[in-house]
Design a protein around this ligand. Structure first.
Ligand code: SAM
Length: 263
């Protein structure tokens, strides 16, 4: 049974209380992150390849290293999948990312010259595939260090940095700093926490073009978190202006699905 490997964040939140006291130094306020070429040199011997079709191989760094004073050190040293409000899981490649990657390839989604947002991107596989298929992509993750030490090196490894922009921070403030509207928003494994549904939908509402589409891949339920796809569909239906339809489903065991969402 799938279950998040949680770490109680009470202690850690207190450890970081100095940084959360004021909005001005909150590490999770949204901001643009720019590639630092010094990180690229670390990636040469540290690569694995994921193959999504005969002619689509995505290269990823296999062992992410980041500074010891990083907020992510706690998560890493505790082998934690998630530390709510501190680390939101971006260092791991989650199962539904592979579902959405295969869906994009199998359905031959037309992404040429599209403006795409990979929301909650983690390693950035979906955004990289979109770049390879001709899109300009904005990669967003909660943690700046995930973007700097995992997403950006991965995008660089696949030679797609020129068509990409990168943002870190909480969805609440992301929607207030990004003015772009996107043709397509991809998002995987981002509906585990019902407390985040409102701000996730606020990003959808502000960042999606009126005729755009969102593809959301997730599990039916996340044990230990309370959220999941079924819950999120109800939220969409009753609390938002969005419609949704299931465009792919896996029902053998814990359900996984891909939703297509639109105004
Ligand atoms: C479980 S990880 C999934 C990562 C990646 N999409 C995958 O499937 O491999 C959830 C992602 O959602 C994003 N996320 C969760 N809560 C967030 C929040 N409140 N604000 C911004 N991003 C958030 C984080 O960036 C995190 O990487």
């Amino acid at each position: 049974m799938f279950q998040f490997n949680f770490l109680d964040n009470t202690v850690t939140s207190n450890e970081h209380s100095n940084t959360s006291e004021s909005d001005s130094c909150n590490p999770h306020n949204a901001k643009e992150v720019f590639p630092n070429p010094s990180v690229f040199t670390q990636t040469v011997d540290n690569v694995r390849t994921l193959s999504y079709s005969d002619n689509l191989d995505i290269r990823l760094i296999s062992d992410v290293t980041f500074p010891s004073n990083s907020l992510l050190s706690t998560a890493e040293s505790n082998h934690s999948d998630l530390l709510a409000g501190v680390y939101e899981g971006g260092l791991k490649i989650w199962e539904c990312t592979h579902d959405l990657a295969k869906f994009i390839v199998n359905e031959n989604l037309n992404l040429t010259n599209k403006n795409v947002l990979d929301l909650g991107c983690g390693g950035g596989i979906i955004g990289i595939i979109a770049c390879v298929r001709g899109a300009e992509v904005c990669f967003q993750d909660y943690n700046e260090d995930v973007i700097s030490y995992f997403t950006i090196p991965n995008v660089h490894l696949n030679s797609q940095t020129k068509k990409s922009r990168f943002y870190s921070g909480d969805w609440e403030s992301f929607s207030s700093i990004v003015c772009t509207q996107y043709d397509i928003i991809f998002t995987c494994e981002t509906v585990y926490n019902p407390d985040n549904y409102s701000k996730l939908c606020k990003v959808f509402a502000q960042c999606l073009k009126p005729n755009g589409f969102i593809y959301l891949a997730a599990k039916g339920h996340y044990f230990g978190c309370g959220g999941g796809l079924n819950d999120f569909v109800e939220f969409l239906k009753h609390k938002t202006e969005f419609r949704s339809e299931t465009c792919w489903k896996y029902s053998n065991g814990l359900e996984r699905a891909i939703l297509k969402i639109y105004f």
